[in-house]
Design a protein around this ligand. Structure first.
Ligand code: C2E
Ligand code: CA
Ligand code: CA
Length: 741
């Protein structure tokens, strides 16, 4: 296939599906080497084999008259199938020495060796024959024509089998290797680049080819197909539309493969078709091979394609999750998750970041969206986003947090001016002005906390700024707030020391039949007769380090609950506890946990550990190692609040976790038919794809439950089924269920 061939040229190779090697016409000859210093024997051998055919192919007979000559010849010709070897040549053991050198120096374990000798009594020991993998041993006088042909046939047959086995094994190793390589990649371009190279390695040809993808969705017109990755002499085609491919045969083959949804095979190239499944786009890969493939290679390609297709689905899923998870669907600008991700990055820099965060609220929308009507409201937001981007061009990042609240992250110098006046003035005289704009600013160089914290601080300031008509500025944390937190952490410290932290259990049910399949253990603290919400005291415990003894108290009570469950006949109900990053980061964590379980005689598989997405990301490698150890010990691991942010979406498939807890924010938006339904849908599919269990959190309505069941989500937790309750009540619930059954 040359790229200079004119369009429609009939000489061009026809790609055809499922072509067999026989169709290709030419069968490769088999090569046999005869090594003998007796010219008369060589001559009679040539005569005896002159009309010999094996599987319809002729024989290519090479000859050498000494071990030295043979060695040289073999080094140059790796494809020799069999050697007919005279034992005695230059020296008495020249033949055997040659065999040793073939096996051990040249490392050729496949070539078959038949020893021949003119002198009876020169037979080597049986052990030597076995050790050097010598197939046969014959006296020259016994080698009449038919027998010789029989021996050669048998030898070639064995050689073919051995070689096929070797190749399949190498091929499968290659596929496993490729699978590992591909699993680590999450960008479509990068993935297809790797795929091309792995494929080329598998077939042992140079990476000359390209990967085409049929746009974003399955029904996209063929004309939208484009090259997402290219290598070798096709490199320049990368990111070009399919039409740009100069070689008409290759272009047509790729089009045909996509249209007919089948792989195609040619004499000098392969097109593999990837269906992509329900979720991913269809793709076709062209690789130049400059030869016809044989049956084993075809089988290997089939296995490779299965692997690669699964990889492709993952990549696409990750990309789409990324988009939905980090993009505001209405305004097509970054959302809160994306902002937090960027904030994490900025805050990771040691100091002098020179960046600020600006929060802007459009009161007109936030408080008046009902009066505005949905369409007007959307228009207003779109205008606001546009105006903000105009005021704060890149490198500033403009994101929408929620409703009419936006945030801008960028260099402090660019964010220096008070935006309220600029925004309320409007962009031109015709457009309606924006009303009730509030703004707050946090200088990140004055802030020392987490990304989520900055956003919370900015929103708090925004609330304070409300209706004051001026920018609220972050100085340091408010005096009063500081004092309140201090008092609370002292009270919490006493509560932990006096073991006044208790647990509540919230049932988790199977969506298939509504039966209780487990429970989440949640911490409870009551001070002066008033319950303090965990959303209040857990952050304080985390900030003060109290989360470590608190977590231990909770885990110990979880063990006691597991004991009580077993005693009541519910040994099959596992529970889960929340583990905070701080706990996980302690070196003693795993050991202490194992000891605690041993003390109560609880098996690790009954105690699930819930870890938030952030942990997995923040201290990535170290965090991962701990997770691996915990998995190896048998603890089930769940990713809590999954889908809320960070890029763990991209990593989740390589994490040693067993379950995803779909964050309740996504569930809450299901009834409203919001786009978040799509996230839930994709996470459920992702779980299925990766063989992970998925539990939906915060299920409050039957409509949500029905939708989740339809999506194939296996498990749910929420007020619809049960509130968090004391152990006694949870046991009662289990007994009632057992009684009803
Ligand atoms: P989480 O791990 O996401 O726990 C689930 C929270 O959702 C619980 O709030 C639970 O009461 C609430 N919830 C359950 N079903 C529904 C529902 O249908 N609708 C709504 N709106 N909410 C529902 P809770 O108990 O207030 O806990 C809040 C957070 O505090 C937990 O969120 C968890 O992050 C943290 N937390 C609680 N106990 C512990 C603990 O022992 N250790 C650690 N490290 N964190 C804890
Ligand atoms: Ca949890
Ligand atoms: Ca959760």
């Amino acid at each position: 296939m040359s790229s200079s061939a004119p369009p429609g040229d009939d000489r061009m190779f026809e790609f055809q599906p499922e072509m067999t090697a026989a169709d290709a016409g030419v069968a490769a000859p088999f090569t046999v080497l005869s090594v003998d210093d007796d010219p008369a024997f060589q001559h009679s051998l040539r005569l005896a084999l002159s009309d010999f055919r094996f599987d319809d192919s002729p024989l290519q007979l090479l000859t050498a008259s000494s071990a030295a000559e043979a060695e040289e010849l073999l080094a140059r010709t790796p494809d020799v199938s069999a050697i007919l070897l005279d034992v005695v040549m230059e020296t008495d053991d020249a033949g055997l020495r040659l065999v040793r050198s073939v096996r051990e120096q040249l490392g050729n374990a496949e070539v078959r060796i038949v020893l021949v000798t003119g002198q009876p009594g020169m037979a080597p020991m049986r052990q030597t024959l076995q050790q050097l993998d010598i197939s046969d041993y014959w006296l020259k006088t016994d080698l009449y024509r038919e027998r010789l042909q029989g021996i050669v046939t048998g030898t070639l047959r064995t050689w073919r089998e051995i070689r096929a086995l070797g190749r399949t094994k190498r091929g499968l190793q290659q596929i496993v290797h490729a699978g590992r390589q591909l699993a680590g990649v999450h960008d479509l371009g990068e993935f297809s680049g790797h795929m091309l190279h792995e494929l080329a390695q598998l077939l042992q040809v140079p990476a000359d080819g390209m990967v085409c993808v049929r746009a974003e969705h399955r029904d996209a017109p063929l004309s939208s197909a484009r090259v997402v990755s290219a290598a070798g002499r096709f490199t320049a085609l990368c990111m070009q539309p399919l039409e740009a491919i100069g070689d008409p045969a290759i272009r047509q083959a790729l089009l045909d493969a996509l249209q007919r949804q089948t792989s195609l095979e040619g004499a000098d190239g392969q097109v593999l078709f990837f269906d992509g499944g329900e979720l991913a786009p269809q793709a076709a890969v062209y690789l130049a091979t400059d030869r016809v493939l044989d049956d084993e290679e075809r089988e290997l390609l089939r296995v490779f394609a299965l692997h690669a297709n699964a990889g492709l689905i993952n990549v696409d899923l990750a990309a789409r999750l990324d988009h939905v998870a980090y993009c505001d669907p209405l305004l097509d600008i970054p959302n809160g998750n994306a902002l937090e991700r960027e904030l994490e990055r900025v805050l990771a820099a040691p100091s002098a970041r020179g960046c600020s965060l600006l929060a802007v609220d459009l009161g007109q929308y936030t408080h008046g969206s009902l009066a505005l009507g949905a369409e007007q409201g959307d228009l207003l937001l779109q205008r606001m986003a546009g105006r903000l981007r105009q005021l704060y061009p890149p490198p500033c990042m403009v994101a929408r947090l929620h409703e009419g609240t936006f945030a801008v992250l960028g260099p402090s110098a660019q964010l220096a001016a008070d935006p309220v006046a600029a925004l309320e003035q409007g962009e031109d005289d015709h457009a309606l002005p924006f009303l009730g704009v509030d703004a707050a600013r946090v200088d990140l160089d004055r802030y020392s906390g987490q990304a989520r914290g900055v956003v919370a601080v900015a929103l708090l300031l925004l609330r304070r700024a409300r209706n004051r008509g001026e920018l609220a500025e972050y100085v340091t944390e408010g005096e009063a707030e500081n004092r309140a937190r201090f008092l609370e952490s002292r009270a919490l410290y006493r509560a932990v020391r006096e073991h006044r932290i208790h647990i509540a259990l919230q049932a988790q049910v199977s969506l298939e039949d509504g039966r209780i399949v487990g429970a989440e253990v949640l911490a409870r603290w009551t001070e002066d007769g008033q319950p303090v919400p965990p959303a209040r005291f857990i952050p304080i415990a985390e900030a003060s380090g109290l989360i470590v003894p608190l977590g231990r108290l909770v885990t110990e009570q979880a063990c006691q609950a597991l004991q009580a469950l077993a005693q009541a006949g519910f040994a099959d109900i596992p529970v889960s506890v929340n583990v905070s990053p701080l706990q996980l980061r302690r070196r003693e964590f795993v050991e202490e946990l194992v000891q605690l379980l041993a003390q109560y005689g609880i098996e690790p598989r009954r105690l699930e550990l819930e870890i938030t997405e952030g942990v997995v990301m923040s201290d990535y490698q170290a965090g991962r190692n701990v997770l691996r150890r915990l998995r190896a010990l048998g603890f089930p691991l769940a990713v809590d609040d999954f889908g809320m942010g960070y890029s763990s979406l991209r990593y989740v498939h390589s994490l040693p976790v067993t379950r995803l807890k779909l964050d309740r924010h996504f569930i809450a938006s299901i009834d409203q038919g919001a786009v978040d339904g799509t996230v839930s849908e994709m996470i459920i599919a992702l779980g299925r794809c990766l063989g992970l269990d998925v539990v939906a959190e915060g299920v409050e309505t039957t409509a949500q439950a029905t939708w989740l069941r339809q999506q194939g989500c296996p498990c749910a937790q929420g007020f619809l089924y049960a509130r968090p309750e004391p152990l006694e009540d949870f046991l009662q619930r289990l007994r009632a269920q057992a009684g009803a059954a």
